[in-house]
Design a protein around this ligand. Structure first.
Ligand code: SF4
Length: 300
């Protein structure tokens, strides 16, 4: 059964089971990434995409495994290069829903330059960062979002660097959708993801996704105690960039919800000669199973 999603797009009815794969999950028991996966699958059902409409481009790290567990097209790409590859997919076929996903190390260390440019270009995609404030895949080193003083294998006497502030960076770089969620609050995270998936333009969603194996500071209990829900602020409207920056500073980034949203043409819509019916790169390039088979052969 199909119904209308927006003016032109068809909405598909699926269930969470339609978005699952048979791949065994690799994550440690209790990993926050399970919460991102679950909320994303539920959000995809609610928004009404079909699996063949969606491409997940995932980076390197524990979180980069997420594409293996979602029944959509999936690219597991090189470290820090998630966003330019996702942008290439979108330009090749603007009809696809492109989701980029990765961790704080992938996105805010090697990938930081790409992050800023994706924000300012307003590339039409949803970027989900599964932020656990540590490098988990390499067994527990300090990451760009680790707090000053954070002790890990790489900083046994405490982190001497300041932490990257992804939300503030996104706001200052011109992102048109900036939000944050927590995998321990599934209802809220699903709502934030649904809003991001429906945004036309670059939707950045940072998610606190605790790593119980290596990060004993930023735990589920920590976020349950510390996070403030922006929707509980009477009168807050996510349409004022300066006000969004103020609340982030006020709450030391420990917020969940949608802080900023703006409607503006996305990157590919501004390209000269672009039309929805005439993709700008190569109109013949469709992400068909046959093409994916050829691409996979390159790696064998
Ligand atoms: Fe999750 Fe941490 Fe285990 Fe990686 S090391 S799978 S982030 S719990």
């Amino acid at each position: 059964m199909t119904t209308m999603r927006g003016a032109l797009e068809m909405m598909t009815t699926t269930t969470v089971a339609d978005w699952k794969t048979s791949a065994p999950t690799w994550w440690c028991p209790g990993c926050g990434d399970f919460g991102d996966l679950s909320a994303l699958q539920k959000a995809l059902v609610a928004v009404g995409y079909a699996p063949e409409e969606v491409v997940i481009v995932a980076g390197v790290g524990c979180s980069g495994k997420i594409g293996n567990y979602v029944n959509s097209y999936n690219m597991h790409v090189t470290h820090g290069r998630t966003l330019p590859i996702a942008m290439g997919v979108k330009l090749a076929n603007p009809h696809l829903k492109v989701i980029a996903a990765g961790g704080d190390g992938d996105g805010f260390a090697l990938g930081m330059g790409h992050f800023m440019h994706a924000c300012r270009r307003n590339v039409d995609m949803t970027y989900i960062v599964m932020d656990n404030q540590i490098y988990g895949l390499t067994k527990g080193q300090t990451s760009p979002t680790s707090a000053p003083g954070f002790e890990s294998k790489s900083t046994p006497e405490g982190n001497v660097e300041g932490a990257v502030d992804p939300l503030m960076l996104a706001l200052t770089a011109g992102a048109t959708f900036v939000a944050q969620g927590f995998t321990g609050n599934q209802k809220k995270l699903q709502a934030v993801l649904e809003a991001g998936l429906q945004h036309r333009g670059f939707a950045f969603i940072n998610t606190f996704s605790p790593c119980p194996t290596y990060n004993k500071v930023n735990t589920f209990d920590f976020f349950r105690t510390e996070l403030h829900d922006i929707d509980e602020d009477p009168g807050y409207r996510p349409n004022d960039r300066i006000r969004a920056m103020q609340v982030l500073l006020q709450h030391r980034q420990l917020l969940q919800g949608v802080f900023y949203r703006e409607e503006r043409p996305s990157f590919h819509e501004l390209l000269p000669g672009f039309s929805e019916d005439k993709p700008p790169v190569n109109p013949d390039w469709q992400l068909s199973p046959a093409l994916w088979g050829k691409l996979l052969n390159l790696y064998r």
